[in-house]
Design a protein around this ligand. Structure first.
Ligand SMILES: Nc1nc2c(ncn2[C@@H]2O[C@H](COP(=O)(O)OP(=O)(O)OP(=O)(O)O)[C@@H](O)[C@H]2O)c(=O)[nH]1
Ligand SMILES: [Mg+2]
Length: 346
């Protein structure tokens, strides 16, 4: 899974990127350019499985990030390089400035959210109008695509983002290749001053986020960058002095999982114990495809045992004996905590 950090210039994206990925403040990651990085998703279940299988390698699920430089201000839009970098993300994380800028400009996080979302909507409006024009010229006004795009147009012509609209699965698939930006799930991060690091997000941003179909979270990126530089033994005292119970990285990951409706499944063995993220509701072949496209293409069956049953019974043979380890087919919907062994042939 990959998230794109977006927002206006100087809102704190790169500072947050460095804090989340554990890269040094002022270190190798430059400001004002596209940066790529990843964070591991902590999961105690992976540790427990590794203690049983003693694999050569243990791998946690990863959330990947791309940090793109923001436009200077309202109406200036994302540049071509930023748009290319954002074309393949699964969600946007919009960083809005909640602290007074160095030149004294006050924070207006809710307005930044409305303005930035308006840029996304305008981008999509241009795509839809161009396509509708084309379909009209080619006399394709009666087609399903035309009607669907008219519905899309009605929404964004009123300045409403596409994420606030509901789609059938078939419609969603058909719209996927247009590259609409306002359709991406959105997590708003209010980058607040240090004194507000432990406070809930400002109410006006909560209201704005709800109106735009987005989730919201507040944190102080500068403080998080400091926390990331401490060794683990020093962290609890520092967190406590700020009134925090955990680094924002943990809250951020939970919010991102909720936003993307992600669950984790596991693969186990002597070589590797590994956690994989997949969407809630994914059927077994789709989940297998997260591992490798061959596993989706050549999917036959999955051997499934739930983590809780496996831990309670202590071994695969016991789980099989108790009927907890079973064979599932293509229609099986994968659950959070399932241990999967995919059988496939290509
Ligand atoms: N007071 C305060 N300053 C911050 C905070 N986060 C970032 N800054 C400062 O704001 C400035 C911009 O931070 P960046 O992280 O580079 O912002 P950016 O969003 O990546 O900016 P662009 O890449 O230009 O779009 C820097 O001088 C940071 O030190 C914060 O939480 N509090
Ligand atoms: Mg930056």
């Amino acid at each position: 899974m990959k998230a794109g950090l977006v927002g206006y210039a100087q809102s704190g994206k790169t500072t947050l990127f460095n804090a989340l990925t554990g890269l040094r403040k002022g270190g190798p990651v430059a400001r004002g350019q596209v940066n790529l990085g990843a964070i591991k998703v902590p999961d105690k279940r992976v540790e427990a499985l590794a203690a049983i299988f003693k694999p050569k390698k243990t791998t946690l699920a990863e959330m990947r990030f791309v940090d793109v430089p923001g436009p200077a201000g309202k109406g200036s839009g994302l540049d071509a390089e930023a748009l290319r970098a954002l074309a393949e993300v699964d969600a946007f994380c919009l960083v809005v400035r909640g602290f007074a800028a160095a030149d004294g400009t006050p924070a207006e996080p809710a307005r930044e959210l409305y303005d930035f979302d308006a840029e996304l909507v305008l981008h999509d409006l241009a795509i839809v109008e161009k396509r509708l024009d084309r379909l009209r010229k080619e006399q394709h006004k009666g087609t399903g695509e035309y009607h669907e795009l008219e519905r899309v147009h009605a929404q964004i012509d009123q300045g409403r983002p596409l994420r606030a609209m509901s789609w059938s699965e078939a419609e969603g698939k058909e719209l996927a290749h247009f590259g609409f930006l306002s359709r991406q799930p959105l997590l708003v991060v209010v980058n607040v001053p240090e004194e507000a690091a432990a406070a809930p997000p400002p109410p006006e941003v909560e209201v704005a986020a709800r109106d735009r179909g987005a989730e919201v979270l507040s944190l102080c990126a500068a403080v998080e960058a400091d926390i990331a530089e401490l060794n683990p033994a020093e962290q609890p005292e520092f967190l406590q002095s700020l009134g925090l119970s955990e680094p924002a990285r943990a809250r951020f990951l939970r919010a991102a999982y909720r936003l993307l409706d992600l669950i984790s499944f596991f693969t186990v063995g002597e070589d590797e114990v590994r956690a994989w993220p997949t969407r809630r509701g994914d059927r077994a072949p789709r989940a297998a495809g997260r591992i490798h496209s061959d596993l989706e293409r050549g999917f036959i069956r999955a051997e499934v045992v739930h983590y809780d049953d496996f831990i309670a019974l202590g071994s695969e043979s016991k789980a099989r004996h108790e009927g907890k380890l079973r064979l599932e087919g293509k229609e099986y919907v994968v659950k959070d905590g399932d241990i999967l062994n995919i059988r496939f042939a290509v």
